[in-house]
Each structure stands twice: as C-alpha cells, then as structure tokens.
Design a binder for this molecule. Structure first.
Ligand SMILES: [Zn+2]
Length: 290
C-alpha cells in the first residue's frame, strides 16, 4: 500500500507553521496557509526545501545535485558496496526492519540513492526518505520503481518539514557530518520520532584516513566531520530526553581491493568479537529509544 504524505504530517520549511493545505492547481502539492510557501509534488517526491539555505547547506546541495544530474552513478555504486551492506544490515537489525516483525513508519534522513528506502518499501514498511537534493530523489524514484509506494521529501535535515512524533523509527547513514552543526540534525530526528520509537544513526570517525581525505577534498561538504564526537552526541541525546542510547561499532575494513575481501571478512569478525578492537571501527552507530 502506497504511503502518501498528507497535509497533517507536514510542517512549513519556511515559517514552521502546521496549517498546511493540499493544492491541485496549477501544480500539485501543499501550501502553507500562514506564509504561502508552496511544496510541489512530482510522483513520490515533494519539494519542501526552505527558501533561505545557509552557505554550507547550499554547497552540499550543489555537490549532490551535480552528482545526481551528471548521470554519474557514484551514489548508486556507493550504496552497493560491501561496507554499505554491512551498515544497512546493522541498522535493519537495530530497528527491527527485517524479518516478520510489524510493519513500521520509517524516516531516513539523507535518502540519497534510495537503496535503503527501496529495501524498506519492499519489506512493506511505510517509508519516508528526506534528502537535500531534489535531483537525487527524482533519480532514486526513477531507478527504484518500488519507491512509488513510498514518499520522498527534498528538505533541510536541520529543519525537517514534518511534524513532531510521527515515526516508529528514524535512521540516518553518514549524513549528520555534512551539517555545519550535526546536533541540529540529531535534534530534528528525535523530534519527529514517536515517544518509544527507535532511532539509529551511523557516522564516520574523523580520524579514519578515508574520512580525512574526503574532508581535505571537500571541506565545505564534509563540514561537520570534527563535530561527530561520541561524548557530544550522547550529551545532546540526553538533552533531547531520550530514554536510552548506546553505541555499536561495525565496519573495520575498506571496500577494496576486491581480492582482499575474504581476509577483510575475517578481520571484521575478529574485531566484532573482541571488544578492545572496537576502537578500530571506521563508523560508529549510535542508537536508542526516545
Ligand atoms: Zn509557512
């Protein structure tokens, strides 16, 4: 069953107002009754980008729009790598998305190529994917037909255009470190999660060589790299009033070269089994219950 956004789920990205009305002419979408902002809907994608983006957010938007429009399938390729599979399996296990559990409302912040959304929708979950780049979402909808059953929103993760307490689960893979202040995104993820709902976000550690390399290449895009410190994240979660939070480590080795993958598989299993080796993990997954 398709999961379609309704006006009572939306919040105006410009004024924060909750008085949103559906509109069908001249274009299809939603309008804020307070400030007049229009959020156009095309297929499963609703464009709810705010009018005034910060400089860093604009830099991120330009970067990902270019990547999506160039026909370069870098986002698609990344989502199929071995490490990405490990990340999604970890998240799916923590949130209970796999198996025979109940079907849930799921928000992903940083939906990118749509690979996680497609998997969630295929399992019957009611999935909403938020991403800064409208072009990335249009591309995701074109390349994953199952996303016609889901909802995709172009929006700013620091001002999620959705109302409080909507989702059973909220997750994010390597998106918070693209924000000038990752905690702004973290607070928003908790805000839209229902009390008792489960959250999970996975971010690279700043000291990992590939992350440092990414930062040096695109400092404006990897702008929050050095603000992803576990102590900071846990303090912010406590201030948001979450009931419990903990950290899981899961990726220890790179994706390449392919001929080393069997060795990497063994290294990953050994590291996972020996707690002192968790300090070597490339990404950290923070998760808990609101
Ligand atoms: Zn408004």
């Amino acid at each position: 069953m398709a999961f379609v956004l309704t006006p009572d789920m939306l919040q105006c990205p410009d004024c924060g107002g909750n008085d949103i009305i559906a509109q069908d002419t001249p274009a299809t979408g939603f309008r804020c009754a307070a400030c007049g902002t229009f959020m156009e809907r095309r297929g499963p994608v609703v464009n709810a980008l705010p009018k005034d983006l910060s400089r860093d957010t604009s830099a991120n938007l330009g970067h990902y729009e270019e990547m999506a429009n160039s026909g370069n399938s870098q986002l698609d390729r990344r989502s199929r790598t071995r490490n990405h599979q490990i990340k999604y399996e970890t998240i799916s296990g923590i949130l209970g998305l796999g198996g025979d559990g109940p079907r849930m409302t799921v928000l992903e912040v940083g939906a990118g190529s749509g690979a996680h959304g497609a998997e969630s929708a295929r399992l019957g979950h009611r999935y909403v994917g938020l991403d800064l780049s409208p072009a990335a979402l249009y591309r995701a909808a074109r390349t994953n037909s199952v996303l016609a059953e889901a909802s995709l929103i172009a929006g700013d993760a620091t001002r999620i255009p959705l109302r409080d307490n909507l989702f059973d689960t909220v997750f994010c893979v390597a998106t918070l470190h693209h924000l000038t202040e990752p905690l702004d995104g973290l607070r928003e993820m908790i805000r839209v999660l229902k009390p008792g709902g489960v959250f999970c976000f996975m971010e690279p550690r700043w000291c990992y060589p590939t992350q440092l390399y990414s930062y040096l290449r695109h400092p404006g895009v990897e702008v929050g790299t050095f603000k992803i410190m576990s102590g900071r994240l846990f303090r912010a979660l406590r201030r948001c009033g979450v009931r419990e939070a903990r950290m899981t480590c899961c990726v220890y080795t790179p994706n390449r070269p392919a001929w080393l993958i069997p060795v990497y598989g063994v290294v990953d299993r050994v590291c996972a089994a020996v707690p002192p080796l968790h300090a070597l993990s490339v990404v950290r997954c923070t998760h808990g219950v609101k």
